[in-house]
Design a binder for this molecule. Structure first.
Ligand code: ZN
Length: 356
């Protein structure tokens, strides 16, 4: 106990004085906890295992503060919680981890969703893929994390509601690879990135949808100048690829992984807040292709980008309303339109057309 408080005082010295006392206390708590967990599993550490069990069980699932999928029993599915950032009330945010560890060794692919909290179809895509896997027949490992920004999912909204110096809404897909000494979402991102995702990934796919209020078609975001990510995106029977250079949005999860040496892409499974089952099926087929390409599962490839004559674009433009009122679309997504063509009208509460 004496050791730990001395350590805490030293840590406090490192923290900039501009951080409010409550914020600093939370940082200390978050750092103290994994250290305590590591002490409790010294036997595992001596056995060369990098997985750290905290000793807790939540709703029947064991809790880890760090994971190496190679420590898990082969040929089985494992359901765990990763201990994420600690809240100022003392509890942690936990994220759900599903690991299908193949009977034979091989590549490790990571699937993630829930970096934004209003994106249902992406979560369902990951769950569907995991439910189709039989670890006894697999060579390699697939790990899924479905609910990375837990508080955003709780509120069914894009951003993490964070209360530090003021009330903020933090976009979790602009903070990667995180910072263990930052705000709560920064620290959470760092814990998830450093202790769960990066150490267990030879390739990664971070599933999203559009954000609330947008109609969006199916597409994949990938750096097409990186051969590994280009190959992954082209394995999806999805009609559009948005070629986005890695440095355009370096703090997104897929680009932070790419910067850390893990080829990663970002599929966009349609609109937020809906379960689009036909569209989900396209992304499941593509993901199974990626697992086949990496030799994790056997069998012939399904349909790919070639079968849908995939279109690769260099930009995406949201068409935003120019007036308050009720929108009526006059064209469907992916319809061909010409310059000057009317694509939507808006009416006011009296039913009068106020914008075209
Ligand atoms: Zn998203």
């Amino acid at each position: 106990m004496v050791d730990r408080s001395e350590k805490s005082i030293k840590r406090r010295d490192l923290i900039k004085t501009s951080i409010a006392a409550v914020g600093a206390a939370t940082v200390l708590a978050a750092n103290a906890s994994p250290a305590a967990a590591q002490t409790s599993s010294s036997a595992d550490a001596m056995a060369g295992k990098r997985t750290v069990y905290t000793g807790e069980t939540i709703q029947g699932k064991k809790v880890v503060s760090a994971l190496d999928v190679n420590d898990l029993e082969p040929g089985k599915k494992h359901l765990l919680y990763l201990q994420g950032v600690q809240m100022r009330t003392g509890e942690h945010w936990y994220v759900s981890v599903i690991v299908a560890r193949g009977a034979k060794p091989g590549k490790r692919v990571v699937l993630t969703s829930g970096v934004h909290g209003d994106e249902m179809s992406s979560v369902h895509t990951v769950m569907t893929v995991m439910n189709q896997l039989d670890p006894a027949q697999m060579s390699g490992t697939v790990m899924a994390v479905t609910d990375i920004a837990r508080p955003a999912m709780l509120a069914i909204q894009r951003k993490w509601p964070n209360s530090s110096r003021s009330i903020d809404l933090i976009d979790m897909n602009r903070v990667w690879p995180g910072n263990e000494n930052g705000t709560a979402p920064d620290r959470h991102a760092a814990l998830v990135f450093n202790r769960l995702l990066r150490p267990n990934a030879d390739a990664a796919i971070d599933f999203h949808t559009g954000t609330t209020g947008f109609e969006v078609s199916a597409f994949n975001i990938a750096s097409m100048d990186v051969p590994e990510t280009k190959a992954m995106a082209e394995l999806y029977p999805v009609g559009q690829i948005l070629d986005m250079p890695q440095n355009a949005f370096p703090t997104t999860l897929h680009n932070a992984l790419l910067a850390a040496g893990v080829p990663a892409i970002c599929p966009e499974v349609g609109a937020a807040r809906v379960l689009d089952l036909p569209m989900i099926a396209q992304f499941v087929e593509g993901t199974m292709n990626v697992l086949k390409q990496h030799g994790i599962i056997a069998g012939p490839l399904g349909r790919t980008g070639k079968d849908v004559r995939v279109f690769v674009g260099r930009g995406a433009v949201p068409v935003a309303a120019t007036h308050g009122g009720f929108v009526e679309h006059l064209v469907k997504l992916n319809d061909k339109v010409e310059a000057g063509q009317k694509i939507a009208i808006q009416r006011n509460s009296f039913g009068e057309v106020v914008a075209e």
